[in-house]
Design a protein around this ligand. Structure first.
Ligand SMILES: Cc1cc2nc3c(=O)[nH]c(=O)nc-3n(C[C@H](O)[C@H](O)[C@H](O)COP(=O)(O)OP(=O)(O)OC[C@H]3O[C@@H](n4cnc5c(N)ncnc54)[C@H](O)[C@@H]3O)c2cc1C
Ligand code: FES
Ligand code: FES
Length: 1264
C-alpha cells in the first residue's frame, strides 16, 4: 500500500510494506528521506536530539495544531495525515536561515552542535503551538527533553528566551525577528504543502511477515480491528512513548492506531464532572486542567497541571497519552506513574470497554488489579471537590529538576472539617515508588479520620504509623528504602506545614512547606578583547554555528552511503570471570535480515583495539577467552537494519567454561574495599620511601576518606563508524579523537598496510575523552564487516551498549590524614589515593595527571606531604580519560582536605586556603580579589542568618581554587592552501573539532596571520593524509597546538608571498597578490606542524564559588549562584572560551550531584545504563545566576599567543558544589543536635545522601 508523507513541504510516496511495520519516523527521515538534521542517540525519548515538529488535524475538534515530537518514538505509520518539519525545513543555505537558527548561532549556543537542530525544533514547535506568544518562564521550562552535554545550557536558554514576549535578553543588533520567517515551499506545487497528498485515508494493511496495521476512525472500528487480533499480540498505538520506558515486545503482530479516533480525544465538562477522552495527550490534559482550574470545584486542577508538567518532557507529553500511561502502570505495577497516582488520590473513575461488552466505569485501582480481555480505556471521569473543604496536594521528588521519574511521588486528598480546621473527615493518601503493591497508606488513612492532624501527639502518631506502613522494597537502581520511607513521611509533613494555621507552625519550620521554587536563570559573562589583534581575541560566532543550527553540519552517521549499506550490533558476554568456550550463532544467522556474524576467529590480523605504539596495553575487540566485565563484546552481528542487528545480537548463545562459583564480582572500587580484595590494588607509583616529616608541631590532626565514582561521558553523538570498501582498501568515517591510533588498529586488525585505511572526521558530536580509544572497538568491528563483506557498513552503538561496554571516568578514593595548626596551616599531610582502572591500566591518570594537581597551589613539599596513587583493577570496562581526567580528582582531593581542615579548626574555608598558599603563587593575588568581588564574607554571614531562621531549607557556600598545569606534548600537522582564483583559504589538519571551537580559533589565527578577513577561511575534514601521525585531540591541548601549526604554515606562505607583495606595492588586494603569485608559479600550499617543545608549558588558574539551597526534607537542591574566575590568558576567542568554561563546569556539576553509576553486585551489570536511570544535568539544573569572568590583563608568557586553554581546567571547580552542600548540611545537623562531625560527601552527592546525613528523625517532623 502506498502512503504519502509530507516532510518539509515535500511529499514522499512510499510503499509501506517495503518497511518494517514498526519503523520510526526518525529512521524514515534519516535513511529514506536522507534528511540528516534530525539526529538520534538514546531512542527512548530521553535525550531529545531527534525532535522534529508535526502539524495535523485534531480528530475531535478538527482544529489544526502543531507540536514537537521525538521522532525516535513516533511510528511512521501514524504520520500519514501530518506535515512533518525538520531543522533543514525551516531554514537552510538555499532558502536562508530561520531566526531561531541564526540567533542560536549568534549567541554561541552550539558547541559540538549535535543537539542544536533539535533545540531549534523544540523552540520552533513551542512558538508554533502557542501562536508565537510565549513567556520566558514557559520557554525555560520547555527544554526539559533536550540534553546538551557541551554548553551548560545558558546560551541556549538566552537564545530561546529572547523570543519570549517578556524577554529581557540583550541581543546583538543584526538579529532577525521571527516574522521574517517564510516556510519552505512544496517543490511540486510551489506553495506550502497542506499535507493533503493522501487521496484515500489509510484503513488497514497486511505486511509480508503477517503484521497488521489498522487505522480506525471510530471506536467501533477499533473494536472491529480488535476482533481480528485473535490470540496474537497487539498494541493500541497512541503516542508509542511507553516504548521509551519499557521496550515494546518484538512479537507484536497487530498495530491499531488510535490517532484518528475522535471519541478518545475529546473532553467534556458537565456540572460536577470533567470527562477526559482516554487518549488525550498529557499536554492536552495540562491545557484542559489550566482552563478548568478556573471553575468552582475544580481548583485542584491547578495542582494537577503543575504535577503533570513534571512528567517526562515536552515532546513525550505532546505524544504520550493518559491511557498509555495508565496502561504502563497496569503492565508494570512498579512503575511510579504520576498520572495514576494523581488520579487515584482524586478517586478518578476509569471507563473501560471490552470487546462485545458495554462500557463500565470503575476506580482505577480496580482496573489495574483485574484481568481484562481486549479492553479499551475510553475515558476518565474527574469530579468536583469543594474548595475550602477538600485539600489536594501532590509531590514528585526526582534526581534532577526535570525529565526524571520519581524516587517517590505522593498525592493527598483530605476532606477537612470546615468548622474545626484540622479535623479530617476522610483522607486518600497515595504514594508511588514504594513497592509494586503499595498505593494507599491505608492504616494512616483510617487513623486520621476525625483526628486533629495539627495536634502534636496526633501528628507524632501519624508519622510513626505512616513510617511503619510504608515499606519500600530494595531494588536497584532505586535509592535505599530508608531514604524513600523518609521521603514519604517528609512529603506528608510538607502538607501538614502548608495546611496548619500560621500560629501553629514555628516560624523556622514554615519554609519547609513548599518544594524549592526555581526562578528564571540568567548569566553574566565578562571578558577582555584586544581590537588591535582582531580577529584574534574577537568574540566571533563559531565557524560552523549556523550549519549546526540548521542541521546541515554533518556527523559520522550523516555520511551518505549506497543502498547496500548494512548495520551492526555487538553480541556480548555476560558471565564475568568465565571462559568463552563456544559461541553458537546458528539461531541468529537464521533470522531474516541477518547477514553475518563475526567473532575473534574471523579477524585476519590482531584482535586488539589499543596499540602498544601508543603506550596502551592490548584490549580485545571481541572477547576470546576470560570475560573481563559484564556485556563485553564477543562478536558483531551484521544485518539489513540496525533494529534487526540489535534484536539478533541478544540471541547469540554462549557456552562458558570455568564458571566461577565462589568468585566475587567487583564492578567498582567501592566493592573492592568493602570486600577487602586487596589483591586488586596494583602498586604503581613510587613506593612510600621515607616517612612524613611534619614542618611544625600540629594542634589538630584528623583523617578522612573521600570517594568519587565514575562518570559516563554521555556524548550526544554515539560511538559511530561508517566503513566503506574503496578500491583495495577502506575509507572510514569514524568518530575518533585520535585518527592515528584508530587507523593503526584497523590496519593491524585486518593485517593490511596502514596506507590502505584512510580516515575522515568532519566533526564529533561531543567526545570528552570517550572517543580517544573507546570508539576503536566499534571502528574495528565495522571495518572488519566492511572488509569481509566488501560492502559499506554502518555501526552506531546503542546507549545501553555504550554504557555497558565503554569505559568511564576513573573513580577515585582518597584515604587522607592531615596535621594542622589552629589557624589551619598545614604542617603535614598524607593522601593515599586509589583510582578505578576497570579491567586494564590503559589511560591511567595515576602517575601524571593526578599527582601534578594533587598539591594544587599550596605550600606542600615532598617532606611535609606524602601523596601516593594506586590503580585498582575492577570487573568493569577499562576506564577512560574523561574531561579533566585525573586533575578533577587531584584538585578535588586536596580541596576536600582543605575544607575538612577548616571544619576541624573551626575557621572559614577561605582562610584555610589563604594561610596555606604557596608563597609567591599567583593565587595569592587572585583569591583575596575574588573573595571581595563575590562578597564572600558578607554572603557567609547572610547565609548563617538565613540558616538560623530556617530549619528545613538551608543554604551553603562552597569555594574551590585551582592551579592546573598544562603540558603540551606530541605533534600535530596542518595544511593551509590558498586558491589563486579568489584568494580563499582552506585548512585541513590532524586535530578533531568536537565542540571545543578548535576550528574557529584556527580560522582566526589564519586570518590574522595572512592578514585576510575571517570569511575567507574555511576548515575542511580532518583526515589521515593532511593530519597523518597527529597526536590525540584531548587534554585541552589540540586547539593551541593546531593554531601553532597553522600559524607556522601561514608564515611560510607569507614568506613566499612577500616578494610578490613588494613587487606590487601598497594598496593592492589580497586576491591580486595571490593571483600574481600563481602566475609566478609560487606554491600556495604549505604543510607544517607543531611539535613538543615548540611552546612552553604553563599553569592555568581558576576560582569558583557556588551557593546552594537545600531542601533538607527531600534532599533536592537549587544552585542559586555560581561565580567562576578563569584564567584564559589573552583569550583567542572569548565566546568559545566562555562556552568551554560554562560547559565544563556544568558537566562536572552532573558528576558531583546527579550522575550515578550503579552496578548489580551479583552479575557486574550496570543497572543505570539508559537515560531513564542515568541523569546528566538538564536545563533547570544549572546555576540560577551564573557569572563567568575570564581573567583580564593577563597575557600568558608561554603557550600560544598569550592565550591559555579552557576545555578542561574549569571542570575542576565544580567540586565547590559539594562543599556548599556540606556547609548547608552542617547547619541542619546542628539543628538536629548532632555532634560536630565532618560528613563524607563525594561523587555523586545525591538527594539520598543529603537526607540520610541530615540527622532528621521522625520525631522532628512537628509543627512546633
Ligand atoms: C523519557 C520518558 C520519561 C517519562 N517520565 C514519566 C514520568 O516522570 N512519570 C510518568 O508517570 N510517566 C512518565 N513517562 C511515561 C509516559 O507518560 C508514557 O510513556 C505515556 O503516557 C504513554 O502514553 P502513549 O500514548 O505514548 O502510550 P503508548 O506507548 O502508545 O501505549 C502504551 C500502552 O498503552 C496501551 N493503550 C494505549 N491507549 C490505550 C487505550 N485507550 N486503552 C487501552 N490501552 C491503551 C497500548 O496498547 C500500549 O500497551 C515517561 C516516558 C518517557 C518516554
Ligand atoms: S533519540 Fe529520541 S529522545 Fe533520544
Ligand atoms: S552542543 Fe549540545 S550536545 Fe554538544
Amino acid at each position: 500500500m502506498t502512503a504519502c508523507f509530507v516532510i518539509n513541504g515535500t511529499p514522499y510516496n512510499v510503499d509501506l510494506t517495503a518497511f518494517p511495520a514498526d519503523i520510526t519516523l526518525n529512521t524514515f527521515i534519516r535513511e529514506h528521506a536522507q534528511l540528516t538534521a534530525t539526529k538520534f542517540m538514546c531512542l527512548e525519548g530521553g535525550c531529545g536530539v531527534c525532535i522534529c515538529v508535526v502539524r495535523g488535524k485534531h480528530p475531535a475538534t478538527g482544529e489544526t495544531r502543531t507540536w514537537a515530537v521525538n521522532s525516535c518514538l513516533t511510528l511512521l505509520n501514524t504520520c500519514a495525515d501530518w506535515q512533518i518539519t525538520t531543522a533543514e525545513g525551516i531554514g537552510n543555505k538555499r532558502h536562508g536561515y530561520h531566526p531561531i537558527q541564526k540567533r542560536l548561532a549568534k549567541l554561541n549556543g552550539t558547541q559540538c552542535g549535535f543537539c542544536s537542530p533539535a533545540m531549534v525544533m523544540n523552540m520552533y514547535g513551542l512558538l508554533e503551538s502557542k501562536g508565537g506568544r510565549v513567556t520566558m518562564e514557559e520557554v525555560e521550562s520547555s527544554f526539559d527533553g533536550n540534553i546538551c552535554r557541551c554548553t551548560g545550557y545558558r546560551p541556549i536558554l538566552d537564545t530561546m528566551k529572547s523570543f519570549a514576549v517578556d524577554s529581557n535578553i540583550k541581543l546583538p543588533e543584526d538579529c532577525d525577528d521571527i516574522e521574517d520567517f517564510e516556510f519552505v515551499a512544496c517543490p511540486r506545487s510551489g506553495r506550502q504543502c497542506s499535507g493533503g497528498c493522501h487521496k484515500k485515508p489509510l484503513t488497514a494493511l497486511t505486511y509480508a511477515d503477517g503484521a497488521q496495521w489498522y487505522w480506525p476512525h471510530s471506536l467501533t472500528e477499533v473494536f472491529n480491528a480488535l476482533a481480528k487480533v485473535g490470540n496474537e499480540q497487539y498494541i493500541l498505538v497512541a503516542g508509542n512513548t511507553a516504548h521509551g520506558v519499557y521496550r515494546r515486545s518484538p512479537d507484536i503482530k497487530h498495530f491499531i492506531d488510535l490517532h484518528g479516533v475522535p471519541e478518545l480525544k475529546q473532553h467534556t465538562i458537565v456540572g460536577e464532572k470533567l470527562t477526559l477522552g482516554a487518549n488525550l495527550s498529557l499536554t492536552e490534559a495540562i491545557d484542559i486542567f489550566q482552563k478548568v482550574a478556573q471553575r468552582p470545584g475544580f481548583e485542584y486542577c491547578e495542582q494537577l497541571w503543575r504535577h503533570f508538567d513534571l512528567i517526562a518532557n515536552v515532546p513525550v507529553r505532546n505524544a504520550g497519552t493518559l491511557a498509555g500511561n495508565i496502561s504502563i502502570k497496569k503492565a508494570h505495577p512498579e512503575f511510579p506513574s504520576d498520572v495514576f497516582l494523581s488520579f487515584e488520590a482524586l478517586n478518578v473513575q476509569i471507563i473501560i470497554q471490552e470487546l462485545s461488552a458495554p462500557a463500565r466505569s470503575m476506580p482505577i485501582l480496580e482496573y489495574l488489579r483485574q484481568p481484562f480481555n481486549k479492553a479499551v480505556i475510553t475515558a476518565f471521569e474527574l469530579k468536583a471537590y469543594l474548595k475550602g473543604r477538600f485539600v489536594y496536594h501532590s509531590y514528585k521528588i526526582t534526581p534532577r529538576a526535570q525529565n526524571a521519574h520519581a524516587y517517590v511521588n505522593a498525592a493527598f486528598l483530605l476532606d477537612m472539617d470546615v468548622t474545626a480546621w484540622g479535623i479530617v473527615n476522610s483522607a486518600r493518601l497515595c504514594f508511588g515508588g514504594i513497592n509494586p503493591d503499595f498505593v494507599h497508606a491505608t492504616a494512616t488513612e483510617s487513623f486520621v479520620i476525625r483526628q486533629n492532624i495539627f495536634d502534636k501527639e496526633v501528628s507524632a502518631q501519624l508519622f510513626s504509623l505512616l513510617s511503619e506502613e510504608v515499606v519500600p522494597n530494595e531494588v536497584l537502581p532505586d535509592p535505599s528504602p530508608a531514604y524513600r520511607r523518609s521521603l514519604a513521611c517528609a512529603l506528608f509533613y510538607k502538607t501538614l506545614l502548608k495546611l496548619a494555621p500560621v500560629e501553629k507552625v514555628r516560624a523556622e519550620y514554615k519554609s519547609g512547606a513548599n518544594i524549592l521554587k526555581r526562578p528564571l536563570s540568567s548569566g553574566i559573562q565578562t571578558f577582555e578583547t584586544i581590537e588591535k589583534n582582531y580577529p584574534i581575541t574577537q568574540p566571533v560566532q563559531k565557524l560552523d554555528g549556523l550549519l549546526q543550527c540548521s542541521g546541515e553540519a554533518t556527523y559520522m552517521d550523516d555520511t551518505l552511503t549506497t543502498s547496500d549499506t548494512v548495520h551492526c550490533a555487538f553480541a556480548n558476554a555476560t558471565r564475568v570471570g568465565a571462559n568463552i568456550e563456544q559461541i553458537d550463532a546458528s539461531e541468529v544467522l537464521a533470522i531474516s535480515g541477518v547477514i553475518a556474524f563475526y567473532t575473534a576467529k574471523d579477524i585476519p590480523g590482531t584482535n586488539n583495539f589499543c596499540d602498544q605504539a601508543f603506550e596502551y596495553e592490548p584490549e580485545e575487540i571481541f572477547c576470546s577467552g576470560v570475560v573481563r566485565y559484564y556485556d563485553q563484546p564477543l562478536g558483531v552481528v551484521v544485518a539489513l537494519t540496525s533494529d534487526i542487528a540489535k534484536r539478533a545480537a541478544s540471541k547469540v548463545k554462549v557456552i562458558y567454561s570455568n564458571l566461577p562459583t565462589d568468585t566475587k564480582i567487583y564492578p567498582t572500587m567501592a566493592d573492592v574495599f568493602k570486600e577487602q580484595a586487596m589483591d586488586r590494588i596494583k602498586w604503581s607509583t613510587a613506593a612510600q620511601s621515607n616517612s612524613l616529616q611534619l614542618s611544625d608541631q600540629p594542634d589538630i590532626s584528623a583523617r578522612g576518606v573521600f570517594e568519587m565514582g565514575g562518570q559516563y561521558h554521555f556524548t550526544m553523538e554515539p560511538q559511530t563508524t561508517v566503513a566503506v570498501p574503496f578500491e583495495d582498501g577502506l575509507q572510514v568515517w569514524t568518530a575518533t579523537q585520535w585518527m592515528d591510533q584508530t587507523q593503526c588498529v584497523i590496519a593491524k586488525m585486518l593485517g593490511i598496510r596502514v596506507n590502505d585505511v584512510q580516515l575522515k572526521v568532519r566533526r564529533l558530536g561531543g567526545a570528552y575523552g570517550a572517543k580517544i580509544s573507546r570508539g576503536n572497538q566499534v571502528a574495528c568491528a565495522a571495518s572488519l564487516a566492511a572488509y569481509k563483506l566488501n560492502q559499506p557498513v554502518r555501526f552506531v552503538q546503542s546507549i545501553e551498549s555504550m554504557m555497558n561496554s565503554n569505559g568511564k571516568r576513573w573513580g577515585c578514593r582518597s584515604d587522607y590524614e592531615f596535621h594542622i595548626k589552629n589557624n589551619g596551616k598545614i604542617v603535614g599531610l598524607t593522601n593515599t589515593y586509589y583510582e578505578d582502572a576497570g579491567c586494564t591500566l590503559n589511560e591511567n591518570p595515576i602517575e601524571d595527571l593526578t599527582p601534578v594537581t594533587a598539591k594544587n597551589c599550596y605550600e606542600l613539599n615532598d617532606s611535609n606531604s606524602k601523596i601516593f596513587g594506586q590503580p585498582v583493577i575492577t570487573d568493569a570496562p577499562s576506564s577512560a580519560w574523561c574531561r579533566a581526567p585525573g586533575s578533577t580528582e587531584g584538585i578535588a582531593m586536596i580541596e576536600n582536605m582543605l575544607e575538612h581542615m577548616a571544619f576541624e579548626a573551626n575557621i572559614d574555608p577561605a582562610d584555610a586556603r589563604l594561610v596555606n598558599l604557596r608563597s609567591g603563587n599567583k593565587m595569592g593575588e587572585l583569591l583575596p580579589g575574588f573573595l571581595q568581588s563575590t562578597e564572600y564574607r558578607q554572603r557567609r554571614k547572610d547565609i548563617a542568618a538565613f540558616n538560623a531562621r530556617n530549619r528545613w531549607i538551608k543554604r551553603g557556600l562552597g569555594l574551590a581554587i585551582m592551579e592546573y598545569p598544562v603540558n603540551l606534548v606530541g605533534q600535530y600537522a596542518a595544511t593551509v592552501a590558498i586558491y589563486h582564483v579568489d584568494g580563499t583559504v582552506v585548512i585541513a589538519h590532524g586535530g578533531i573539532e568536537m565542540g571545543q571551537g578548535m576550528n574557529t580559533k584556527i580560522a582566526q589565527v589564519a586570518a590574522h596571520t595572512l592578514g585576510i578577513p575571517l570569511s575567507f577561511v574555511k576548515l575542511e575534514y580532518s583526515d589521515t593524509i593532511n593530519g597523518a601521525n597527529s597526536e590525540v585531540t584531548g587534554g585541552s591541548l589540540g586547539s593551541e597546538s593546531l593554531c601553532f601549526a597553522v600559524r607556522k604554515a601561514c608564515e611560510v606562505l607569507n614568506t613566499r608571498l612577500q616578494p610578490v607583495k613588494e613587487a606590487l606595492g601598497k594598496n593592492v588586494t589580497w586576491q591580486r597578490i595571490v593571483a600574481e603569485a600563481w602566475t609566478r608559479l609560487i606554491n600556495l600550499i604549505a604543510s607544517e606542524y607543531y611539535k613538543q617543545g615548540d611552546m612552553r608549558n604553563y599553569l592555568v588558574y581558576g576560582l569558583g564559588l557556588t551557593e546552594i539551597e537545600l531542601d533538607i526534607l527531600t534532599g533536592n537542591h537549587l544552585i542559586k549562584r555560581v561565580d567562576l574566575l578563569e584564567d584564559a590568558g589573552e583569550s583567542l576567542s572569548p565566546y568559545i572560551d566562555i562556552g568551554q568554561v560554562e560547559g565544563a563546569f556544568v558537566m562536572l556539576l552532573g558528576y558531583w550531584l546527579t550522575e550515578h553509576l550503579i552496578y548489580d553486585r551479583q552479575t557486574g551489570r550496570l543497572v543505570t545504563n539508559r537515560t531513564w536511570t542515568y541523569k546528566p544535568p538538564g536545563a533547570k539544573d544549572i546555576p540560577i545566576d551564573f557569572r563567568i569572568e575570564l581573567l583580564q590583563k593577563n597575557p600568558n608568557p608561554a603557550g600560544f599567543m598569550r592565550s591559555k586553554t579552557t576545555g578542561e581546567p574549569p571542570a575542576c571547580l565544580a567540586v565547590s558544589s559539594i562543599f556548599a552542600v556540606q556547609h548547608a548540611l552542617q547547619s541542619a545537623r546542628q539543628d538536629a543536635g548532632i555532634a560536630h562531625e565532618w560528613v563524607r560527601l563525594g561523587a555523586p552527592t545525591t538527594p539520598e545522601t543529603i537526607v540520610l546525613n541530615s540527622g532528621t528523625q521522625l520525631s522532628m517532623l512537628s509543627l512546633e
